[in-house]
Design a protein. Structure first.
Length: 265
């Protein structure tokens, strides 16, 4: 099982490569400029494993939001001495490490509360808690979460490693993989529709049209979509898929209303 989990982690890292170049320019310089962890690790060129971890963070949404090393790993971000900076940071294999597999949901949940709440209700977490053979946040999102599986084929690949691998430790369940793909398809298309609505609202504002009703609908759509994205992490799948389908139908109505007001029918 650990080999399977390692494969998941590797795949998640590969997924992250696609977004690395575009994210790096969005680092929150104000939040990181005085951080000694960032200052020191930005100058390290060897070993490659350490410098690549820093660059992985720099390309991440965490860096863009000003979330620095110490907020997840611990340590002293004001210390210039390496021993002091790394004080109180046990190795990742130690159960006391904040990002040990069993602790990651709590650490990540300090910001991603709704997602973590859904995950701890899942079978994945139950297995992680009991035998340590279930996946944790890092296994699917990568160590620095420089990327997330947003497209259905990415999620399909991740789920396949455990649930549909020939000669794997788990029985092959292609139905689970397909259901996961369908759920991500349902969520992803709604996300794209929300982006389309944003574009149409900007155009409507330029024309000084009255679109207050559509803006309120968009607010509700975003709330529903956020709930479905969080619900995905409980891995019950069917519930979020059905809800995402309804949210998509609602988003199409908002889009059509805006197109009509813009005179593009």
């Amino acid at each position: 099982m650990r080999k399977i989990i390692a494969s998941i982690f590797f795949t998640a890292c590969l997924v992250g490569f696609s977004s690395a170049g575009s994210s790096a320019s969005r680092v929150d310089q104000g939040a990181t400029s005085e951080n000694e962890c960032v200052r020191c690790h930005s100058r390290l060129e060897t070993p490659a494993a350490i410098s690549s971890r820093f660059l992985d963070w720099r390309a991440s949404q965490h860096a863009a939001a000003g979330v620095t090393c110490d907020q997840c790993h611990g340590g002293d971000p004001n210390a210039r001495n390496a021993a002091k900076a790394h004080g109180g940071m046990p190795p990742p294999s130690n159960r006391n490490n904040k990002l040990h597999e069993q602790n990651a949901p709590e650490t990540c949940g300090s910001c991603h509360r709704a997602v973590a709440n859904a995950f701890v209700e899942s079978v994945h977490f139950e297995r992680l808690k009991g035998s340590e053979l279930g996946p944790s946040c890092i296994n699917c999102h990568g160590h620095m979460a420089s990327s997330a599986a947003r497209r259905s084929f990415e999620g399909e690949s991740l789920c396949t490693f455990c649930h549909n691998t020939v000669n794997g430790l788990l029985p092959q369940r292609p139905d689970i993989v397909m259901k996961a793909k369908s759920t991500l398809d349902a969520i992803t298309r709604t996300s794209y529709m929300v982006g389309w609505i944003n574009e149409l609202l900007a155009q409507a504002d330029q024309q000084k049209l009255n679109v207050q009703a559509e803006k309120e609908e968009l607010r509700l759509l975003r709330m529903a979509l956020a709930e479905q994205k969080a619900g995905w992490h409980a891995f019950t799948l069917e519930g979020p898929m059905i809800k995402a389908g309804k949210t998509f139908d609602d988003s199409v109505k908002v889009k059509d209303s805006l197109i009509k007001k813009l005179g593009r029918q």
